[in-house]
Design a protein around this ligand. Sequence first.
Ligand code: NAD
Length: 360
Amino acid sequence: MSRKITLIPGDGIGPEVALAAKRCIDATGVKIEWVEVIAGEGALKTCGELLPENVLESIRKNKVALKGPIVTPIGGGFRSVNVAIRHALDLYACVRPAKSYTGVKSRYQDIDLVIIRENSEDLYAGIEFEEGKPETKSLIEQIQKTSKKAIRPDSGISIKPISRFASERIIKFAFDYALKNNRKKVTVVTKANIMKFTDGLFLKTARDVAKGYEGKVIFEEALVDNMCMQLVQKPHNFDVLALPNLYGDILSDLCAGLIGGLGIAPGANIGDGMAVFEAVHGSAPKYTGLNKVNPTAMILSGVLMLRYIGETKAAEQLENAVKEVIAAGEFVTYDFKANRDDPSAAGTKEMADAIIKKLK
Ligand code: NAD
């Protein structure tokens, strides 16, 4: 019997990489009935909404989705569809493995890190007050009155809520992930020395949760600025990193850089009984429709999805096929080549074809 999975192709390069991933997943032989729904620019054109309710309904019903990247214009009143999906479905844990593959040119080899990013709170909560608006002025007055600190009247304000509840569930998720995946250490990354009541609460909660895992998983603390330096200097010292939302987003890209770039960094957004799988990268608009970008991040997101639905063998086969194609270096996209203008670089489709061939 086949199982239904929601497919959201996304914007920009999204449809190309989503199709490549879908074809590779189907080639493993796992029976999936894909239910395609449109969010992002396509949905805005056809039904006037970036995130139509039927998209959320489909994910709620099928419990699992594979999603291409969706554009978020910078500034203005436009909220990220990606963040909105995570919030609407309470997909509170973002899991982003950063793993080296032989054949990818990179400054480092043998990196095997996992970022666990809190997905529901922090500066990504979407609570923002625009410069000059009456409600912003009244908020500024209120803050000045209670905090006795000055805020310039022409300020915009973003609120950073961090709760004990959300901190506890993400830290537990990180430790349970470590236990389940044979990982030795969880490093909790904050700026608790400066933001005592938000990052401080995250860290305090982490210390409490960590006591329950003593003797099973090592607990370590780090400050985010120092962590950036340590990751660049000695990335092999780290295993699982657990972070509040904003630092998790930034360090995910840093870790993608350690393993050879965004073309190879997969991700998952997981809640209670529901999950959406997507690459770390965005919609790379300048490459839209060129059959040029790397499908690996999206295919490896598919590998994470197969593991999540219990198709461990198919996941392993697909990851091995990806590994083999990358190691051979023949049918790989431009970003895997020493010279980015190398005319022998494969297209998105051709790289997926080579991976599918390895599965047969
Ligand atoms: P981006 O990740 O789309 O692209 C940045 C650069 O990374 C590209 O120009 C390209 O050089 C490289 N790159 C990205 N994906 C690649 C791939 N598969 N293969 C090879 N190279 C690749 O980041 P951006 O330009 O900052 O964002 C573009 C849009 O995507 C924005 O609107 C942003 O908000 C959105 N975005 C969406 C998601 C998501 O859907 N989850 C995530 C990040 C960004």
